[in-house]
Design a protein around this ligand. Structure first.
Ligand code: HSE
Length: 412
């Protein structure tokens, strides 16, 4: 029997306990050991729960119990999760977590402690919920150089954008619906401002290229500026607006990484990833594009990934799973303004704006939508460095044209 502790009995934690209890026999067969939940750490009381006798409010009890060999951290947030996980790894306990904030901020450090102590630190559930993505990148695609990764990594924003596209509802109305349905939290900032997707692309980038990318190094834009007007222009162009997390390797072994809304062509596999689903495209130099699709959040999908990691830990007490990346550095992430990109631009035009646009950008393609406001003009800037586009748009503003929005065009 292997004893484990589960820290946090929220949505994911209760799912982990449920899956372990429901599939106890088949899990034991796969792990070649019975897995017992000795403790569940939570500050709340759960009277009447079938696991009532396992609850503790004391982390020290778990830390001090040598029988507990694996700790599942599903509390979320950086503190106290970071301190608890670090202490567990320093005290001989392998750790499984779904906590993307923790892995994105402290992954390199925690992996190093795990390696030093010959333990496992596994986090399949931290990206894409129930979708296998950490293991495929670190194992199945290990023979490839990863050329790039692009993904729809946040279910909440994908639900909002899908509703805006399909039902022609505005952002605020759709966010309220997402909150009503339980897809968006009462404070939805981490999702709609792109921070959640940023943490996930940081984890994938760190894993794929072996060096930590910290969230504060990533230019991150959410979807709060996306309007029905933008969604309609994307349709005219031949695609949809999606919140994309993207990373690419540069020839000098740095990374280009960004999180932002993008126009995604209907021809891209990511264009059909709708509702709360996630889709992640990994471009390998040998495999070409490989796409992972499924439920990126939710109690049981996420619990499924956590429990699979627990099984892997049980099977690898002696031989550590190889999962590792080095500390990052300030010069590792290229300034996003150096990226080459095409851009959708929507302006409130003056009489001479078309002429000014062509003086600045040369011949451009215009997009026409049926319900355009008087003076509204939309065009596509051809691929060039972002900083050049910004400079030219600043000059266009000086002529009196008001820039209503800009959205990058994804090459996906
Ligand atoms: N809020 C996240 C999402 C949950 O919407 O995708 C899963 O990380």
């Amino acid at each position: 029997m292997v004893e484990i502790a589960v820290m946090g009995y929220g949505t994911v934690g209760s799912g982990v306990v449920e899956v372990l209890a429901r599939h106890a026999d088949s899990i034991a067969k796969r792990a070649k050991e019975q897995i017992g939940i000795k403790y569940i750490l939570d500050l709340r009381d759960f009277p009447g729960s079938p696991f009532e006798d396992r609850f503790t409010k004391s982390f020290e009890t778990i830390l001090g119990d040598p029988e507990v060999r694996i700790v599942v951290e599903v509390m979320g947030g950086l503190h106290p999760a970071y301190d608890y996980v670090k202490k567990c790894l320093e005290n001989g306990k392998s750790v499984v977590t779904s906590n993307k904030e923790l892995v994105a901020a402290k992954g390199a450090e925690l992996l190093k402690i795990a390696q030093k102590n010959n333990l496992n630190f596994l986090f399949e559930a931290s990206v894409g919920g129930g979708i296998p993505i950490i293991r495929p990148i670190s194992q199945c695609l290990a023979a490839n150089e990863v050329v790039g990764i692009a993904g729809i990594l946040n279910g909440t924003t994908n639900f909002i954008l899908t509703k805006m596209i399909r039902e022609k509802k505005g952002f605020d109305e759709t966010l309220a619906l997402a909150q009503k349905l339980g897809y968006a939290e009462r404070d939805p900032s981490a999702d709609i401002k792109g921070y959640d997707a940023c943490r996930k692309i940081c984890i994938l980038a760190s894993l794929a290229y072996g060096k930590h990318v910290y969230p504060e190094q990533v230019h991150t834009e959410g979807i709060t500026n996306i309007t029905l007007r933008d969604v309609e222009y994307a349709a005219v162009w031949g695609g949809v607006v999606k919140l994309i997390g993207m990373v690419k390797r540069t020839p000098d072994k740095k990374v280009q990484i960004i999180v932002c809304p993008m126009f995604v062509s209907h021809e891209s596999q990511l264009a059909t990833v709708d509702d709360v689903f996630n889709g992640i495209m990994v471009r390998g130099d040998s495999t070409g594009d490989v796409v992972f699709y499924g439920k990126g959040a939710g109690k049981l999908p996420t619990a499924s990934a956590v429990v699979a990691d627990v099984i892997d830990c049980v099977k690898h007490f002696k031989a550590r799973k190889y999962l590792y990346w080095d500390d990052g550095s300030p010069d590792y992430v290229e300034d996003y303004r150096e990226n080459e990109v095409g851009m959708f631009v929507c302006v409130k035009a003056k009489a001479d704006t078309e002429e000014r646009v062509e003086q600045l950008f040369g011949k451009v393609d215009y997009l026409i939508r049926r319900d355009a406001e008087p003076g509204e003009m939309a065009f596509l800037v051809p691929v060039m460095k972002e900083k050049v586009i910004s400079e030219k748009l600043a000059r266009l503003s000086e002529t009196g044209a008001e820039i209503l929005n800009t959205i990058r065009i994804g090459d996906l």
